[in-house]
Each structure stands twice: as structure tokens, then as C-alpha cells.
Write a protein that binds this ligand. Structure first.
Ligand SMILES: NC(=O)c1ccc[n+]([C@@H]2O[C@H](COP(=O)([O-])OP(=O)(O)OC[C@H]3O[C@@H](n4cnc5c(N)ncnc54)[C@H](OP(=O)(O)O)[C@@H]3O)[C@@H](O)[C@H]2O)c1
Length: 252
């Protein structure tokens, strides 16, 4: 596509093979961006890239380690990427065990998958960011109260939100008009939240009707809308901000 809000822009979407990341990659590509998606499963990435269309690249890497994030940046350079305009650091998983069953190993897994991955994705890609780039981080509204989600997962996402402020404040970014914002999602129907699994359908619907003021789960494209806003030309005075996309779950 030659026109569109993001024509000529280069976007990198981690966790772009599924759910919110895939829907965001689709919207960014529809608006003209050239998109690279990243995740662990080659199979899922290849299928997503095929769906997203020609020009979409994919990079398989486990972002839960600094080395995995370094592989992402190295592969981007190998593919000839010299300037990233949109970096959506979105990879993550709700992989916390039952709270009182947490071991040091599972603690590290949750923090590494959600917080360390975000930190090193931004750090490793920082040298590739174009002037005026938009960096978008994925957090969760779960950290705003104690009742929704897992405490450890929410702590990791609260850390992501803190990274969003801290990265945004860096003089290196401010001098080059590189903006860093966070989107905190609530209840988005994706594989991570059990969407499409018949055994969970009734319970998920009942939960949303009871707990979510808008009385339903968001479609992934509704999450992607906030990402497009932050990626595009209508949010150029926003940095360090957080947009909750949660149907009112913890805002009301
Ligand atoms: N859905 C919600 O209601 C909700 C609410 C709040 C926050 N979030 C956050 O939104 C983000 C996207 O979640 P989703 O709901 O779209 O889930 P999803 O459909 O399961 O997608 C997760 C994506 O992240 C990738 N990923 C997971 N672990 C990774 C790792 N270690 N290294 C590289 N890639 C990894 C997955 O690919 P592979 O498995 O192949 O690696 C997949 O592409 C996550 O950070 C999640 O915590 C979601």
C-alpha cells in the first residue's frame, strides 16, 4: 500500500504473531508501514507474515533474555533495517503460577518474559530508532488494583509502565523527539486470555458481563487502535503517557 497514515514508515512489533501484536501489525501495515514481527515460534511467525502480506518480515527469537533481544536487533540490521520509526515492544505472557506455588524459577520466568524482554528490546533497538520514532510498550491495567490478574504478572507490567516513563525521560530520546508511551490493556480476547477455547467461553463471557463496565471483551483490533494512534501523526505531543484500553475495567 503506498498511501496511508504510515506510508514509508518502518515498524517492528514484538509478539506480532498472535493476538494484540498481530492485530496491531495488521493495522500498521494497512496504513502503509513496512512491518517486521518477532516472537519465538517460527511456524506462527511465518503464518502471520503470510497473512500480513508481501514485505512483512519475521524474526524468531526468545525475547526473555538480553541475548534474545540482541538477536532481534542483529537480525534487523542483517535485513537492512537502518531506522525504526515504530517499535511496539509487546511480547509477553500471563505465565504466572498460582501465587503460593511460585518458585524462584517461575518468578524469573514471569519477570523475564514481561519486564526484562521489554527493557532489552528497547535497549537493543535504541541504536536503530529514527528521529521522531514512536516507542510503544505493552502493560496491563491489572497493576492498578489488587483484584484483577496475578500479583507477579501485574508487578512485571507495573515495571513496564515505569520503564515507559523512564525511557521517555531520557535526554537521548527527548533531543531526537523519540516518544515512549505505554498502552495498558484490560480484557482483550486473544489466545493468552483463552479466547476461542470452547471450554472457557461461558465463564469468560460471564466474567466480562459482571466485571467489565462495557460488559464484553475487546476484539484485538480495538487494542490495536490505540497502538495505531500512538504510532501515527495524531499523537506527536504525547510522551511518557499511559493509555488504558480496558472497557472501564479499572477506570470506573
Ligand atoms: N489479552 C489481554 O487481555 C492482555 C491484557 C493485558 C496485557 N496483555 C499483554 O499484551 C501482550 C500481548 O498479549 P496477547 O493477549 O496478544 O497474547 P498472545 O495472543 O498470546 O500473544 C503473545 C505474543 O507474544 C509472543 N511471545 C510470548 N513470549 C515471548 C518471548 N519470550 N519471546 C518472544 N515473543 C514472545 C508470542 O509468540 P510466541 O509464543 O511464538 O513467542 C505471541 O506472538 C502481552 O504482553 C500481554 O501480557 C494482554
Amino acid at each position: 500500500m503506498s498511501g496511508g497514515l504510515l506510508a514509508g514508515r518502518t515498524a517492528v512489533v514484538t509478539g506480532g504473531s498472535s493476538g494484540i501484536g498481530l492485530a496491531s501489525a495488521r493495522l500498521l501495515a494497512t496504513e502503509g508501514a513496512t512491518v517486521t514481527i518477532a516472537g519465538r515460534s517460527e511456524q506462527r511467525l511465518a503464518a502471520a507474515a503470510e497473512e500480513l502480506g508481501p514485505g512483512t518480515r519475521w524474526i524468531a527469537t526468545d525475547l526473555s533474555s538480553a541475548a534474545g533481544a540482541a538477536r532481534l536487533a542483529a537480525a534487523l540490521r542483517e535485513h537492512g533495517t537502518t531506522a525504526i520509526d515504530i517499535l511496539f515492544a509487546n511480547a509477553g505472557a500471563s505465565n504466572a503460577p498460582e501465587l503460593f506455588d511460585t518458585t524462584e524459577e517461575t518468578f524469573d520466568q514471569v519477570i523475564d518474559t514481561n519486564l526484562k524482554s521489554t527493557f532489552f528490546t528497547v535497549l537493543e533497538c535504541a541504536g536503530l530508532l529514527a528521529d521522531h520514532a514512536s516507542v510503544i510498550l505493552t502493560a496491563s491495567v491489572g497493576y492498578h488494583n489488587g483484584r484483577i490478574g496475578d500479583p507477579l504478572y501485574n508487578a512485571a507490567k507495573a515495571g513496564v509502565r515505569a520503564l515507559g516513563r523512564g525511557f521517555a525521560a531520557q535526554p537521548e530520546f527527548l533531543q531526537r523527539s523519540i516518544r515512549v508511551n505505554t498502552v495498558s490493556f484490560g480484557a482483550v480476547a486473544t489466545p493468552m486470555t483463552g479466547a476461542g477455547a470452547p471450554e472457557y467461553e461461558a465463564a469468560l463471557q460471564e466474567w466480562a458481563e459482571t466485571e467489565v463496565p462495557l460488559r464484553r471483551w475487546a476484539e484485538p483490533v480495538e487494542a490495536a487502535g490505540a497502538v495505531l494512534f500512538l504510532a501515527g501523526p495524531h499523537s506527536t505531543y504525547l510522551t511518557g503517557a499511559e493509555i488504558p484500553v480496558d472497557g472501564g475495567l479499572v477506570q470506573l
